[in-house]
Design a protein around this ligand. Structure first.
Ligand SMILES: Nc1ncnc2c1ncn2[C@@H]1O[C@H](COP(=O)(O)OP(=O)(O)OP(=O)(O)O)[C@@H](O)[C@H]1O
Ligand SMILES: [Mg+2]
Length: 562
């Protein structure tokens, strides 16, 4: 039954070795013995191979009839036997001969394989799988060339993000255009490498000039240098891109300067700019009841743009007194709002009055192709500050994008430049109770209608609204161990069940499962190192594009004799 290799297999390890590695095309791992398209294929391992050398997350290629090849991912590994008595009557311990005989005839290993793509001989691109290989089709470990063929070549718009497990030489490349076209997410437990992956993704997007990014940098992770637990220092985006591609805007100038960060602008928000909608998202965090939240639009209407200043003021306010007098608002409600608004006093980035042109300036930078890292400094420790500012800016920047896009449709302006908005702790913005009526929820749902998408970074995807999760086009997921979180990451992905085992077995850091819009099939990678070599590659990109232009110019001259 099993195809035979050279040697009789009895002679031990060295002949087994020959079946792996150098010539995977020639000796199958085993053959397809069952399964289905939806639930995955069952592969019986060749008895001569050591099951222990396989791992979930690796690729296999199945040779179908008439030259068609199927690509799949190993999603589970199991032991089985043709004789149920084997479990009750295993060979005596130490009886090597019996064990060997059983292992060759009754006991065997099986693989569960998720078929993902198929490639016909006449195709140059693999296509999503719509059928399964026939019974007994031979199954091989995929070669580096096979995998490379699936993930395409690295180029300006395809970012090398990592290498498949046990294939250091192969690059898994992410299609950046597709990545920014829909909202995307980076998920994983704390300390698994989310911020590092996000920095690599953003570097790639900025380097390729595919979109601008507005990064709400809660923990000062993106703009300037960060140190890891071991004291190693890593560069931030503002250090890596020095010709104006990245600006740092800070809410907390002192902290940014103390960290040595170059600051391009300090953000001050005028209290008169703040609208009830900006405060509504904070009602949970500030402890505003429904009645109190409901009173805010009324207060804004009656008190005018200076409503917050007036509510915070210690000076007597006749109008407020009259409102209580007339029973327009209960004095207890008003008192509670005033007490809870004390929070604004601690936000040093808020200034009384109308404030400056910060929103226009930030929009302008983004639309010119400059990414903006908004550093929160010490305010990053206050979730309400993070939510207030992210919501405040996003609403206004988005509004300008909508206007610009509509003008572009009416041919009065250029298309606004694609924008990716990065938020951490995304579930605080997108929890089911609020996702329906916040700006972040609408951006996720409206897809790329206005050229704006989200990149959400989160450790608790299960707390994000289902509808929003189902709109997340590309998901880069590091280790998650909570069942609900794992389920959430796969929501809306067909045939995802089998990938759960893969996800639950990732290393605790620097490994990720990538699936969705920007990759042709799900893939587990060891994330590329974020180090000197990476910085050099980023810099080299700038040079080589100049070189490329020079070369193209030479080519034209040669052709047209200019
Ligand atoms: N691509 C990488 N290159 C180099 N080091 C990495 C990489 N990915 C992860 N690391 C290491 O793992 C550590 C944790 O990564 P990171 O800070 O990105 O985790 P995180 O998921 O963002 O954690 P948290 O949820 O606490 O913010 C880093 O400090 C770094 O030492
Ligand atoms: Mg982080």
């Amino acid at each position: 039954m099993s195809p035979r290799g050279e040697g009789d297999g009895m002679s031990g390890e060295s002949s087994l070795d020959a079946f792996f590695g150098p010539r995977p095309d020639e000796t199958p791992l085993g053959m397809v013995v069952g399964g289905s398209l939806s639930s995955g294929l069952l592969v019986r391992l060749d008895a001569r191979l050591s099951i222990e050398r396989l791992a979930v997350g690796r690729y296999i290629v199945i040779q179908g009839t008439s030259g068609r090849k199927f690509f799949g991912l190993i999603t589970d590994i199991a032991l089985d036997s043709t004789n149920p008595d084997l479990m009750r009557q295993p060979p005596a311990p130490g009886d090597a001969f019996a064990a060997e005989v059983y292992a060759r005839q009754v006991a065997y290993g099986t693989l569960s394989v998720s078929p993902m793509l198929m490639l016909d001989p006449e195709d140059d691109q693999p296509r999503p799988n719509k059928t399964v290989p026939a019974h007994f089709a031979p199954v091989h470990e995929a070669s580096a060339e096979d995998v490379e063929r699936v993930f395409g070549a690295e180029d300006e718009t395809h970012l090398f993000l990592g290498t498949p497990l046990d294939m250091e030489a192969v690059h898994v490349n992410l299609d950046l255009d597709r990545f920014v076209e829909r909202s995307s997410g980076v998920f994983g437990k704390s300390g698994t490498g989310k911020s590092f992956i996000t920095r690599i993704l953003l570097s790639g997007i900025i380097r390729a000039g595919r979109a601008s990014a507005l990064i709400f940098d809660m923990h000062n992770d993106y703009g300037w240098a960060v140190k890891d637990e071991g004291g190693r220092e890593f560069k931030g985006l503002r250090q890596l891109f020095t010709s104006g591609q990245v600006s740092v805007v800070t809410l907390d100038e002192d902290t940014s300067r103390a960290r040595g960060s170059k600051v391009d602008r300090v953000l001050r928000i005028g209290t008169q700019q703040i609208e009830p909608e900006d405060v509504e998202m904070l009602s949970g965090l500030l402890g505003l009841s429904d009645v109190q939240t409901g009173a805010l639009p009324y207060l804004r209407r009656r008190l005018g743009p200076a409503w917050i200043d007036r509510l915070l003021s210690d000076a007597p306010d006749e109008e407020l007194a009259a409102m209580v007098e007339d029973e327009r608002i209960a004095s207890s409600t008003l008192g509670a709002i005033q007490r809870k608004f004390e929070f604004f006093r601690r936000m040093g980035f808020l200034v009384p009055g109308a404030g400056d042109d910060a929103v226009d300036d930030i929009f302008h930078r983004l639309n010119q192709g400059t990414s903006v890292v908004l550093e929160f400094g010490r305010y990053g420790n206050t979730l309400a500050a993070y939510i207030l500012v992210a919501n405040y800016l996003t609403r206004r920047v988005h509004e300008r994008y909508v206007r610009k896009k509509n003008e572009a449709v009416g041919k009065k302006a250029d298309e606004p430049r694609p924008l990716v908005i990065v938020i951490e702790e995304a579930h605080k913005f997108l929890d089911p109770a609020i996702a329906g009526h916040t700006i972040f929820g609408s951006i996720a749902r409206e897809l790329r209608k206005y050229n704006v998408t989200l990149l959400i970074v989160d450790q608790r995807p299960s707390a994000i609204d289902d509808e929003v999760m189902s709109q997340i086009g590309t998901r880069v997921t590091c280790l998650l161990d909570n069942e609900a979180d794992i389920r959430a990451v796969f929501s809306g992905v067909s045939g995802a069940g089998a990938l759960r085992e893969v996800l639950a077995r990732l290393d605790t850091r620097q490994q990720a499962l990538i699936l969705g819009h920007a990759v042709p099939m799900p893939v587990v990678v060891r994330t590329r190192d974020y180090d000197e070599a990476f910085y050099k590659w980023l810099g080299a990109g700038e040079e080589s594009s100049a070189d490329r232009k020079a070369r193209a110019k030479k080519g034209r001259e040669a052709l047209y004799g200019e």
